[in-house]
Write a protein that binds this ligand. Structure first.
Ligand SMILES: *Cc1c(COP(=O)(O)O)cnc(C)c1O
Length: 390
């Protein structure tokens, strides 16, 4: 017996790191049913409340009637259908890039883009806190791979000085577990001065940042020259599923030729692209969702600071409460759950050791009254947390 799986599982349990999957028994939204319990949830990435929007559902349904349910083949065989093509053109227009390419998931978009752009003899430099899919992509690429200090342009600069071959600098736009945003104007300057390319994965910025929801690129006004490789995912603020890479004609053609996670997989269901086309128009045109969300974020931060909670440097819908110890983070999450609130504890290895947190996320579907319920419960539970060495 070479695989002692049981021992490894027990070890993880003893370290308060064991993961479980809550069973969602309702559609996504602020009010959910999980494992038989009705809960008010503050942990989805459905930032604009579009995952269960009637117009998006209607578009999906109409798409299924017209195009069927399965993609049927990969894009390069006979799976690239009209709705996929229309969505790519709409995403290119939305991001102000010449072209966009649709992927089945954000994980695959990141694997595909990084591995198509760099390989042996090249260099990939990443923020330490980048999403796991980017870090995995860096390792898989075979390029020299180094991580710079979080959001630290000087730390990046040192590594740029030693870089060999084509050099790709990769960062999250909005950091998924901290909610802060990358210092892109500075990263752009440093990357360009060394002839490196910048790639931004803006999974959490699209829909939530920028006047039209164009994410960090719109927020900072960064065009193609500054930001040649722009990745967005569709399973968060868009409320559907999939992802895209936006950039130049040559970039997209290179991905079509060389990105294995694009080439060797079945295209997403065309009806899904129909649904995303609808959610894109809601996301872009209905500004009230972003305005409402901004008001909720301000309300939450004011209230949490009054309670004495340790917040992070974030003005995005990701508003983590730093706890530190994984066991205490779990305890606070459990206490909230006993009061009907669902907020997930995020523990290592998803975040660095000693920085366990409750990852509160707010959405445009929440009401001010619901945010107040969360604040009241936190005010009640936080003082009850056991000291670390109890
Ligand atoms: C969620 C996420 C991904 C993965 O996207 P999926 O479409 O869920 O696979 C990639 N990058 C970041 C920063 C994310 O938060």
């Amino acid at each position: 017996m070479t695989f002692d799986l049981r021992a490894r599982l027990e070890q993880r349990r003893a370290a308060d790191l064991y993961r479980q999957r809550p069973l969602l028994q309702s559609p996504q939204g602020p009010e959910v049913v999980v494992d038989g319990q009705a809960l008010l949830a503050f942990c989805s990435n459905d930032y604009l409340g579009l995952a269960n929007h009637p117009e998006v559902i209607a578009a999906w349904r109409a798409g299924a009637e017209r195009w069927g349910v399965g993609g049927g083949a990969s894009h390069l065989v006979v799976g690239h259908s009209t709705p996929h093509h229309e969505l790519e053109e709409a995403l290119a227009a939305f991001t102000g890039r010449p072209r966009a390419l649709l992927f089945t998931t954000g994980y695959m978009a990141n694997l595909g883009a990084v591995t198509a752009l760099v390989g042996q003899g090249d260099t990939v430099l990443q923020d330490r806190l980048n999403h796991a899919s980017l870090l995995d992509a860096g390792l898989l690429s075979g390029a020299r791979f180094s991580r710079y200090l979080h959001n630290d342009a000087d730390s990046l600069d040192k590594r740029l000085g030693k870089a060999e071959g084509n050099t790709l600098v990769v960062t999250d736009g909005v950091f998924s577990m901290d909610g802060d945003i990358a210092d892109l104007p500075e990263l752009v300057t440093r990357a360009r001065s060394k002839g490196a390319w910048l790639m931004v994965d803006d999974a959490h910025g699209f829909g939530t940042l920028g006047r039209h929801g164009g994410g960090v690129a719109e927020h900072f006004g960064l065009g193609l020259e500054d930001l040649p490789v722009l990745v967005g995912t569709l399973g968060k603020a868009f409320g559907t599923a999939g992802a895209f890479v936006a950039g130049s004609e040559d970039l997209i053609e290179s991905l079509v030729q060389f990105a294995r996670p694009y080439i060797y997989t079945t295209s997403q269901p065309p009806a899904l692209a129909c649904a995303t086309l609808k959610s894109l128009s809601l996301l872009r045109d209905e500004h009230w969702r972003r305005e409402h969300l901004a008001a909720l974020i301000a309300q939450f931060r004011r209230g949490a600071e009054a309670i004495g909670l340790q917040l992070m440097d974030s003005f995005t819908p990701i508003q983590p409460i730093l706890i530190g110890d994984a066991g205490r983070a779990m305890q606070l999450s459990r206490m909230l759950r006993e009061r009907g609130l669902l907020v997930t504890a995020i523990r290592p290895p998803t975040v660095p050791a000693g920085s366990a947190r409750l990852r509160v996320t707010l959405t445009a579907a929440h009401s001010p009254a619901q945010v107040q319920l969360l604040l009241n419960a936190l005010a009640e539970c936080y003082p009850l947390l056991e000291p670390v060495d109890a």
